[in-house]
Design a protein around this ligand. Structure first.
Ligand SMILES: [Zn+2]
Length: 244
């Protein structure tokens, strides 16, 4: 029977241990619960961020949320500004391109539109004619313009002076290289001047005074003989000048 009593005692002991353990668990869990409630009571009541008066200072979380919101707003503003800036850059790029195209159009128009080189009309045009001094028919390689001795002579087009000197036939004369115009190298020459106003190698602009009307060389009276060369061949200068 001792064995039976011992067994019963053991079971009672295990039951008692279980009760103790369960009680401990209950007490612990209850205190944890109480502790949670106590902590919750310590926390300030949740308040709206905007609109009502606030007595407590905002919590760290609220400050962080406000900070994040303002950063998001700032990021949106920066993004919008960047997009507008890109649009403006794009527009100004297009404007620059349009201006460049217009400048090139103006330059080409300017190149093809020559200035009248001196006061006065055309007394003898380009073509075959009986030479007034030599007496036989040959090509008049240019146009005779004006006739008042000493009148200024202007560069018909911008370019570089490639010749400024004297010859027995051309008298005081100047040649200007206008570089390529409409695919052809164009030069103009001004003959029989009384005086030169530019030197060889000088860069001149359209309308600059380059000399004065005279009758030097093979000439019978004061006039400007204007010659024009396309790729080195004599051509009618009036094809380039605005006729008057
Ligand atoms: Zn002539």
């Amino acid at each position: 029977m001792a064995d039976g009593q011992a067994g019963r005692f053991g079971r009672l002991a295990r039951l008692a241990m279980s009760v103790v353990a369960l009680s401990t668990l209950l007490v612990v869990s209850n205190s944890v619960e109480l502790s949670h409630q106590a902590h919750a009571a310590d926390l300030p009541a949740r308040q709206p961020l905007i609109g009502t008066a606030r007595t407590d200072p905002p919590s760290t979380i609220q400050l962080a949320e406000q900070r994040a919101a303002s950063l998001r707003q700032a990021a949106r503003l920066v993004q919008t500004a960047a997009q507008q800036s890109q649009l403006q850059d794009h527009r100004s790029g297009e404007t620059e391109q349009a201006n460049a195209i217009q400048a090139e159009v103006d330059r080409l128009n300017n190149l093809t539109e020559f200035a009248w080189p001196t006061n006065g009309g055309v007394s003898s045009g380009f073509g075959m004619r009986k030479h007034p001094i030599l007496g036989y028919v040959r090509l008049h390689n240019g146009a005779d313009i004006g006739g008042a001795c000493g009148n200024p002579i202007y560069a018909a087009q911008s370019g570089t002076v490639t010749k400024a000197g004297y010859s027995s036939s051309s008298g005081n004369n100047i040649r200007i290289d206008h570089s390529t115009i409409n695919g052809k190298r164009v030069e103009t020459a001004y003959l029989h001047m009384s005086k030169l106003a530019v030197r060889n190698g000088q860069r001149v602009n359209k309308g600059d005074t380059i000399g004065y009307v005279g009758t030097t060389g093979l000439s019978t009276a004061c006039h400007l003989h204007l010659a024009l060369y396309e790729d080195g061949s004599g051509s009618d200068p009036l094809d380039y000048l605005r006729r008057r």
